[in-house]
Design a protein around this ligand. Structure first.
Ligand code: NDP
Length: 326
């Protein structure tokens, strides 16, 4: 069994030297246990964000994976079945079944199981809860989403289109802008080359924005707030532009603009709606089957490339969900 450990706390952008590969022998499963083998592993921004909070130096990197049950002494998980498991960056895991989520029984054969880490998984449910439970997005409204070509953002934009909204997306390359247009976004721009963000936002929606699905944070958010309509709503899902900061950014919080426009801003973690994950995953799977939700993935091959895949995602190399195929 192989695993990737965080040998040293990240300081700034993650480096190769933060990771170490560990090899160990695992015992046979005991009664009530299963042995899992990773098939697809996820790389996500929260791994950087939570590295300080939930990990110590020497710990295996946190993360989820789609795994195959290769040995089983647990009646609930037969050999050959697949589960989503929070095993971390490991090729093999012994588990007593706690926290394992079986793949939905109605999962079609022609839909890759890797989507259980993306559009029909954690990023997908994040998009649904942000749109429905936090923003309460309504037909005819205009929504802005940033990191729009990523795992969460690309689902957010497509669900907003399903709901009959105007959708504007920003992303970090021209290829991502093309992708967003293919997904049906009404407007999309490359924030790295656009020059004035304020002008780009105004051009994309001169009447302003009812809702903002915030994935990026940092100073650009203040510019967005100026473009919100009065009584606009903001779902603060992520703040990836600040995750590598050693010191928190300081500066004036834009209370004045929030007051003048009477904006409503709410941060959220998807764990709040854990009870409805299965139902939400079924809705996402149905949209995929109906062709309403397109899923692009950025697949890196080889468990040995986990750190490179993670750093690439943090750098913005991915279009769609970044995953590793073992
Ligand atoms: P993505 O697939 O969107 O990958 C990360 C993307 O972030 C990159 O592709 C890059 O795209 C963009 N990015 C990286 N650095 C910067 C920067 N400095 N400025 C602007 N954009 C940057 O990741 P996810 O979809 O998994 O996550 C998106 C956000 O959602 C993250 O902030 C994450 O933490 C958050 N999240 C929150 C959850 C919750 O429960 N609240 C659950 C899941 C995710 P680009 O080329 O466009 O710059």
């Amino acid at each position: 069994a192989k695993s990737w450990v965080m040998t040293k706390y990240f300081d700034g952008f993650p480096k190769k030297s933060n990771f170490g590969l560990k090899v160990e022998e695992l015992p046979e499963p005991k009664d009530g246990e299963v042995l899992l083998e990773a098939v697809f592993l996820s790389v996500d921004p929260y791994m950087r964000l939570f590295s300080k909070i939930s990990m110590k130096e020497g710990d295996v990197m946190i993360g989820s994976q789609v795994a195959k049950v290769i040995q089983s002494k647990h009646p609930g998980f037969p050999v050959g079945s697949h589960v989503v498991s929070n095993s971390g960056w490991r090729t093999h895991t012994l588990s007593d079944g706690t926290g394992l989520t079986p793949i939905l029984p109605e999962w079609p054969k022609d839909v890759s199981l890797s989507l259980a880490l993306g559009a029909i998984g954690m990023p997908g449910v994040t998009a649904v809860y942000g749109i429905e439970d936090v923003l309460g997005l309504k037909e005819g409204e205009t929504l802005l989403v940033n990191a729009a070509a990523g795992a969460v953002g690309s689902v957010v934009g497509q669900i907003a289109k399903i709901k009959g909204c105007k959708v504007v997306g920003s992303a970090g390359s021209d290829a991502k802008v093309v992708f967003l247009k293919e997904l049906g976004f009404d407007e999309a721009f490359n924030y790295k080359t656009v020059g004035s963000l304020e002008e780009a936002l105004r051009k994309a929606s001169p009447e302003g924005y009812d809702c903002f699905f915030e994935n990026v944070g940092g100073p650009s958010s203040f510019i967005v707030l100026q473009q919100m309509k009065n009584f606009g709503r903001i779902a603060v899902c992520g703040s990836i532009s600040t995750y590598n900061d050693s010191e928190p950014q300081t500066g004036l919080y834009p209370y004045v603009i929030m007051i003048i426009k009477e904006l409503k801003m709410e941060g959220f973690l998807i764990t709040r709606w854990q009870h409805k994950h299965p139902e939400t995953l079924r809705r996402l799977l149905a949209w995929v089957k109906e062709g309403k939700l397109q899923c692009r993935e950025h697949v890196t091959k080889g468990f040995e490339n986990m750190p490179a895949a993670f750093m690439g995602m943090m750098r913005g190399e991915n279009i769609g969900k970044a995953v590793v195929a073992v």
